[in-house]
Design a protein around this ligand. Structure first.
Ligand code: UGA
Length: 442
């Protein structure tokens, strides 16, 4: 099939590469000429396992093209995906200007019937606005061309994006058009083997499904962070509690890891946007507001633990392992490390940080600063530091040499923001250990 995708961010680029991989002719359109030039040169602007090779191979095979020309993308397309960003507005609602700009362009350029598919995370009712915008743009030039608008939210996770896209656990199609559903079913057939993963529903339900999924996952995390806070007060270990409750299949082991608070480009933005949607329709989202408040407090937790042990942090140096909002990505959006770094700096502390992938993003965000050293490896970050804080649970941090950590640190304390260490092993090396919800500090 001839498929065009507007937006070469995580969702657009990964979807484009995977659709090309199974034999479709895919054109990716983006207004960012620099990004398109890099992609044309075979350079993938984001760190995502497996993506670079997919982009390279499919470009070489002529199935994947990149352009800044919307007209070239729209001409001859059978399916047009909208996968542009929906950043939060100041009031927390999703900013739809990019989505609607693409809709306008489609209406202005369309020459033959097409199915327009919304993949961006958009508030309920957006498909109707996309439809109205295309209709108005067609009317402006006196054209009457048939088109459908479907909702097909994306559920891929950064770091696992290619795998999630190639082997989705569900494919949600929101549409009231049998023809649009048939075309999307055909497109997704290669990803829908063994058992049917396609769930067809009305457009508004599909739009809400995306927010409900992310809000449910964010709720699980905030719930566990709250249990961790209780565990700390009552002298219990939340890691034991996690194993104890996860074994109930109705609860499950996934997404019940307490930590430094959820970050990334999705959960914080989507919880706020769903709250906004609820309020603007007269519903009171009490639970969502609590999920957000617990998360905001959790992002302060690592700083509080450092302060608890070291007292005044002015003039101290803190070693930070992991900066990206989660492992296997260089993404720093809403990363809990940012809250920690900013609080440390305002308290007059210095930071020695190491992250396997995100250093360049951190440099782009904060520039060169005298109170930030981006170190070449994890142990280099310990030199002259008073404490070690683990913020992101990269695999390489899981089994460190605790003796070496104790010898190098000026003050023998480890704050494990992801509960990746065995407290007994840390303490056996003569280090004080603080985790999240693992009983009172020792
Ligand atoms: C999330 C969803 O998991 C995807 O299904 C969804 O498609 C995506 O948002 C999106 O809307 O585009 P992502 O933001 O890539 O994916 O990252 P997650 O793996 O979900 O992690 C989000 C945050 O929650 C991270 O900061 C992570 O450290 C934190 N987390 C996750 C916890 O603190 N505890 C957990 O148990 C799980």
């Amino acid at each position: 099939m001839r498929v065009t995708i507007f937006g070469t961010g995580y969702v657009g680029l990964v979807t484009g590469a995977c659709l090309a991989e199974v034999g479709n002719e895919v054109t990716c359109v983006d207004v960012d000429a620099g990004k398109i030039a890099r992609l044309e040169a075979g350079e993938v602007p984001i760190f995502e396992p497996g993506l670079e090779v997919l982009v390279r191979d499919n470009r070489a095979a002529g199935r994947l093209r990149f352009t800044t020309s919307a007209a070239a993308g729209i001409a001859g397309a059978q399916l047009i995906f909208i996968a542009v960003g929906t950043p939060p507005d100041e009031d927390g609602s999703a900013d739809l200007s990019h989505v609607l700009a693409v809709a306008h362009t489609i209406g202005a350029e369309l020459a033959e019937p097409v199915v327009v598919v919304n993949k961006s995370t958009v508030p309920v009712g957006t498909a109707d606005r996309v439809r109205a915008t295309i209709t108005a743009a067609l009317a402006e030039r006196g054209a009457a061309i048939a088109f459908d608008v479907a909702s097909n939210p994306e559920f891929l996770k950064e770091g696992d994006a290619v795998k999630d896209c190639m082997r989705p656990d569900r494919i949600i199609i929101g549409s009231d058009s049998a023809q649009a559903v048939a075309r999307l079913r055909a497109l997704y057939a290669p990803f829908n083997r063994n058992h049917d993963r396609i769930v067809v529903m009305d457009v508004r339900s599909a739009e809400l499904t995306k927010y409900a999924a992310n809000a449910m996952l964010a709720t699980k995390i905030s719930f566990m962070n709250e249990i961790a806070a209780i565990a700390e007060q009552v002298g219990a270990d939340v890691e034991q509690v996690r194993l104890g409750i996860g074994s109930d299949p109705r609860i499950g082991y996934h997404f019940i890891y307490p930590g430094a608070g959820y970050g990334g480009s999705c959960f914080p933005k989507d919880v706020k946007a769903l709250e906004h949607t609820a309020r603007s329709h007269g519903a009171e989202p009490r639970l969502l507001a609590a999920v957000e408040a617990v998360n905001a407090a959790q992002k302060q937790r690592l700083f509080a633990l450092l302060q608890q042990h070291l007292g005044d942090l002015a003039g101290r140096t803190i070693a930070v392992w992991g900066l990206a909002f989660k492992p296997n990505t260089d993404d720093m959006r809403e990363a809990p490390s940012r809250t920690l770094l900013e609080r440390l700096w305002s308290a007059g502390a210095r930071v020695n940080a190491y992250d396997p992938e995100a250093a360049h993003e951190v440099r782009r965000l904060y520039g060169e600063r005298s109170d930030l050293a981006l170190c070449p490896d994890a142990y280099a970050a310990l030199d002259g530091a008073d404490a070690l804080v683990v913020v992101t649970e990269w695999k390489a941090f899981r089994s460190p040499d605790f003796e070496r950590i104790r010898r190098t640190l000026r003050t023998s304390v480890v704050v494990d923001g992801r509960n990746i260490f065995d407290p007994a092993a840390v303490e056996a090396a003569g280090l004080a250990y603080y985790g999240i919800g693992r009983g009172r500090s020792v």
